[in-house]
Ligand binder design. Structure first.
Ligand code: BGC
Length: 759
C-alpha cells in the first residue's frame, strides 16, 4: 500500500502548491496532508500510531512482545526502538510501508546518548569540557552514524539536574548546574537535528526525562520527587526549557512522581507548563512502561492510567500497550474523546512528516551507508580530541603528571586492560571488542622508549555478586585477589612510577545503578594502598560515572586524573594527557563530597541562618557537622592543569546597573607555567537580598581560553539585568533592585568579588 500513501503525499502536496505562500507553507502542507491521512484511518490504526515498542536488542525493562513484524502488519505500532542493524530496520520499515493499508513509516528510536559506534565520553564527562561546540560536534557525528544505521530518533539529551551522586544516572546528564546545562542541552539538539531534520543525516532528538528525574529521593531510580515550584522553576526546569525551545522535536516524560502524580499523567506539568507556558507542540512520549507502572506507584491501573496520560497530553506510550489495548473502551465509556486521540495521533504523524519520512520512508535505510559513515577515522579522531577535554585533574603533587615516557612504568588495576569498559553504560550500539584498552594504548605509546609492566592487581569487587553486568559484553574477567595483589606489588617494585587504573566498571553507573557507598570498591582500595606503601609516585586514573568519595586518595596519592568513561578512543586520549601531549582542562560540573553524609552537596545552595564560622572545629549552634567539614573535597568548577594560571583583580566598569544597560566585568588571566593550556574562566553572581532567598552563588557565564606559556589575556563578561532574573513566589520571572555580588575565578570557591547595585 506504499503507492496509496505516496500518492496521497503527492496529491496533497500538488493541490497545495498554488494555494499557499509565505513562511507557514510547510506547516499548512503538513496539516492538510495529515488531515487527509487521518480521515482515512480507523480508530485502531490511530491507536497503533500511538504505540511505541522495543525491538528488544537493547533492553532496559521488560519486553512486551518480540513479534514485531506481525504487530506492524496489524497496524499496532507507530514506532519501534532499540533495534540494532540497518538491514533489520529496513525490513521492519518495508513491512510498515508496503504491507499496511496506509503505508505509514515507522519512527525508529534508540538511546544514542554519546555516540553510535564512535563513542564519545559520557555526558557527565562531556559537560566537564564546558565546550558546547564539542558537544554539538559529538551529537552531529552521532546523528550521522545513527542515520546511516537506520535510526531516526534518539532519546537524548538528558538534562536532568542531579545533586546526588548515589544516583547512577548522574552519568547521563550535565551535572548540577542549570545554567551550564541550559547551554549544553541545546547544543545536543542542534547537533542531532541539524538544520531542520530534513537532511538524510539529521535525526529527531528527545529531551528527557521531563521532569526533575535527577532529584529522585535517596538517589534511587523510579521513585519520588517532591519540591517547591520555586525550586523547580529556578533550579531544575531551565535546562529542559532551553533544550525544548532550541527546537527539540520531542520530549520524554519521567518515571517519578511530582506532587504525588506520575509525570506522564501530570497535567499541570505536561499541559500547563510544557505545552501552554513553553509552547511545545512536538511529540511527547512516555518513558519505558511509565503508563503501566502507574499501577505499582499506587496511582491508577492500566485503563485509568492510559486515560490520565492522554489527558495530560502524552502522545506516545512506550511499551505499556495501554493506549493500544484500553483507549477504545475508554472512548466508548466517554472517559476520553476522539479529539484527544486524534491530537496524540496527529503529533506522532507530524514527527514523521517533519523527519521527511512520508516523502521518503527509506530515508534512513541505505544499508550501504554504514560502511563509509560509521566509525570512520575522522570521527574517531574527533572523539579522541574531545575526550582529552573531558578529563579532570583533581590532584597533581610535585608535577607527577605528565609522566615522562622513559624508564619503567607499572600499570595496575582492573580498568587497565578492559577495552570493553571504556565507554560507560549507555553505549549499547557500539562494538566494545573494537576498542583499545588503556594497556594496549600505552604499549603503543611507549614502544621502544619505555618499559610497561602490567599487573591487573585485583577484581572490581572482592565479591563477584556485587559486580553487575546486565549486558554481558562488559564483563571484566575475574581472578584471585590475593595472587593478583602479589603480582602487582612485584610489578610496582620494579617501576619508577605506578599508574593505577581503578574505579567503577561501566555498569556501575547509568540506569538502575545506584550506590549507597560511593568510595572505591574494597579490593581496589586495598590495591591502591599497597601501591602507595611502595613509596613510589602513584598516579590514580579514575574511571567513574559519578563523583566518588576520594578523601583517602586525595590525602595519599600523588596525582588523580578523573577519566570518567572516555569512549571508544579513550585509550589513546588518556595517553595524550598522561604523557603530556595535551594538558588537562576539564572542570567539574558536579561537586565531589568528602563523605557520603554530606550528600546532597552542591555549590549553588542557599545560605543558612547560621553559617559555619570556622570549618576546622565543630561550632555548636551553627550549621555544621560534628564529624565532618561542610565544604566538599573538590568543588563545582574545579580542575587543575599542567600549567598554572594567575588571576588578576576583578574590575567593573561601573557599579550601578539599570535596565537596558550592562556592566563589564573584566579579569586578567596569565599562563604562568610551562604548558600551553586551556582555562575555563567562570562568572558567578549573588543577589544579596531578595523577596525569596537566593543561592550563595550562581553560574552566569564562562569562557574557555587557550594561553601559551607567559601569555596573558583580559576576559570580559557583560552583566545585564536579564541575567539577574529569577522566578518569584508568583512564578513571575523578575529581577529585583538591590545589591549584587559578582565573582570571577577558576572555580566556584576561588573567586575575586566586586559589588554593584541594580536600580
Ligand atoms: C530510560 C530512558 C530510555 C528508555 C528507552 C528507559 O528505561 O529511562 O532514558 O530512553 O529506557 O531505552
Amino acid at each position: 500500500m506504499k503507492i496509496l500513501n505516496i500518492g496521497l503525499y503527492l496529491l496533497v502536496s500538488l493541490s497545495l502548491l498554488c494555494s499557499c505562500s509565505g513562511a507557514d507553507d510547510s506547516d499548512n502542507d503538513m496539516d492538510s496532508f495529515i488531515s487527509a491521512l487521518m480521515d482515512e484511518m480507523t480508530l485502531e490504526e490511530k491507536l497503533g500510531q500511538m504505540n511505541l515498542v522495543t525491538g528488544g536488542d537493547i533492553v532496559t525493562g521488560y519486553v512486551m512482545s518480540n513479534e514485531l513484524e506481525q504487530l506492524i502488519r496489524q497496524n499496532q505500532i507507530g514506532g519501534v526502538f532499540n533495534v540494532k542493524g540497518a538491514e533489520k530496520i529496513l525490513e521492519l520499515q518495508r513491512i510498515a510501508v508496503e504491507e499496511t493499508r496506509h503505508g505509514i513509516p515507522l519512527l525508529v528510536g534508540a538511546d544514542i546518548i554519546h555516540g553510535y559506534e564512535t563513542i564519545f565520553p559520557i555526558p557527565l564527562a562531556l559537560s566537564c569540557s564546558w565546550d558546547s561546540v564539542a558537544v554539538e560536534r559529538m551529537a552531529r557525528i552521532s546523528a550521522i552514524e545513527s542515520a546511516a544505521s537506520g535510526i531516526n530518533w534518539t532519546y537524548s539529551p538528558m538534562v536532568d539536574i542531579c545533586r546526588d551522586p548515589r544516583w547512577g544516572r548522574i552519568a547521563e546528564g550535565n551535572g548540577e548546574d542549570p545554567y551550564l546545562s541550559s547551554i549544553l542541552g541545546p547544543a545536543y539538539v542542534r547537533g542531532y537535528q541539524g538544520k531542520d531534520m530534513s537532511g538524510k543525516d539529521e535525526i529527531m532528538s528527545c529531551v528527557k526525562h521531563f521532569a526533575l528525574y535527577g532529584a529522585v529521593e535517596a538517589g534511587r531510580d523510579y521513585t519520588t520527587v517532591d519540591m517547591s515550584r520555586q525550586r523547580m522553576f529556578n533550579e531544575y526546569l531551565p535546562p529542559y526549557k532551553a533544550a525544548i525551545q532550541s527546537g527539540a522535536a520531542s520530549v520524554m516524560n519521567s518515571f517519578n512522581l511530582i506532587d504525588g502524580v506520575p509525570a506522564a499523567a501530570n497535567k499541570w506539568l505536561m499541559v500547563d507548563v510544557l505545552r501552554d507556558m513553553w509552547g511545545f507542540d512536538g511529540l511527547l512520549a512516555t518513558d519505558y512502561g511509565s503508563i503501566s507502572e502507574m499501577a505499582t506507584l499506587g496511582y491508577a491501573p492500566l485503563t485509568q492510567a492510559s486515560v490520565k496520560a492522554l489527558e495530560a497530553g502524552t502522545d506516545m506510550d512506550m511499551v505499556s500497550s495501554g493506549y493500544l489495548n484500553t483507549l477504545r473502551e475508554s472512548l466508548e465509556n466517554k472517559n476520553v474523546s476522539i479529539g484527544m486521540i486524534d491530537r496524540a495521533c496527529r503529533r506522532v504523524l507530524e514527527a514523521k512528516y517533519r523527519l521527511g519520512l512520508f516523502k521518503d520512508p527509506y530515508k534512513y535505510c541505505d544499508t550501504t551507508a554504514a560502511t563509509t559513515k560509521v566509525f570512520t577515522a575522522e570521527h574517531r579522531r574527533i572523539a579522541r580530541d574531545i575526550a582529552t577535554e573531558t578529563f579532570v585533574l583533581l590532584k597533581n603533587n610535585n608535577q607527577t603528571l605528565p609522566i615522562s615516557p622513559k624508564g619503567r612504568i607499572a600499570l595496575v588495576g582492573p580498568m587497565a586492560d578492559a577495552g570493553n569498559n571504556m565507554c560507560g553504560m549507555w553505549s549499547m550500539t557500539c562494538t566494545p571488542s573494537k576498542h583499545q584498552s588503556l594497556k594496549e594504548a600505552m604499549e603503543e605509546e611507549l614502544k621502544d622508549v619505555a618499559e610497561l609492566i602490567y599487573a591487573k592487581g585485583c577484581n572490581v569487587y572482592a565479591d563477584e555478586t556485587t559486580e553487575i553486568n546486565a549486558n554481558g559484553i562488559r564483563q571484566i574477567t575475574r581472578g584471585n585477589d590475593d595472587v593478583m595483589l602479589r603480582q602487582a606489588i612485584a610489578a610496582a617494585s620494579k617501576a619508577d612510577v605506578i599508574v593505577a587504573a581503578l574505579g567503577e566498571s561501566a555498569e556501575m553507573s547509568g540506569e538502575s545503578a545506584s550506590r549507597a557507598d560511593i568510595e572505591l570498591p574494597d579490593v581496589q582500595k586495598r590495591l591502591l594502598k599497597a601501591m602507595v606503601s611502595t613509596g613510589k609516585p602513584v598516579v590514580l586514573l579514575l574511571f567513574t560515572g559519578r563523583p566518588l568519595v576520594l578523601t583517602w586518595e586525595d590525602a595519599n596519592v600523588d596525582a588523580i586524573l578523573n577519566i570518567w568513561y572516555g569512549g571508544s578512543e579513550a585509550g589513546a586520549a588518556i595517553c595524550d594527557v598522561v604523557f603530556g601531549h595535551v594538558s588537562p582542562s576539564g572542570k567539574l560540573t558536579t561537586t565531589f563530597p568528602r563523605s557520603m553524609g554530606q550528600v546532597p552537596i552542591y555549590y549553588n545552595h542557599m545560605n543558612t541562618s547560621r553559617p559555619d564560622s570556622d570549618p576546622n572545629v565543630f561550632n555548636r549552634y551553627q550549621s555544621n557537622y560534628i564529624d565532618e567539614r561542610n565544604e566538599p573535597l573538590y568543588p563545582f568548577g574545579f580542575g587543575l592543569s599542567y600549567t598554572t594560571f594567575a588571576y588578576g583583580e576583578l574590575r567593573l566598569d561601573k557599579t550601578t546597573l539599570t535596565e537596558g544597560e550592562s556592566i563589564k566585568a573584566t579579569i586578567n588571566v596569565t599562563n604562568t607555567g610551562d604548558f600551553k593550556a586551556t582555562e575555563i574562566v567562570q562568572l558567578y553572581t549573588h543577589d544579596i537580598y531578595a523577596s525569596l532567598a537566593r543561592p550563595v552563588k550562581e553560574l552566569k557565564g564562562f569562557e574557555r581560553i587557550t594561553l601559551n606559556p607567559g601569555e596573558s589575556r583580559d576576559v570580559t563578561f557583560s552583566i545585564t539585568p536579564d541575567m539577574l532574573r529569577f522566578y518569584n513566589s508568583k512564578l513571575e520571572y523578575v529581577w529585583e533592585p538591590g545589591e549584587f555580588e559578582v565573582m570571577v575565578g577558576p572555580d566556584s570557591e576561588h573567586l575575586s568579588t566586586c559589588k554593584f547595585e541594580l536600580k
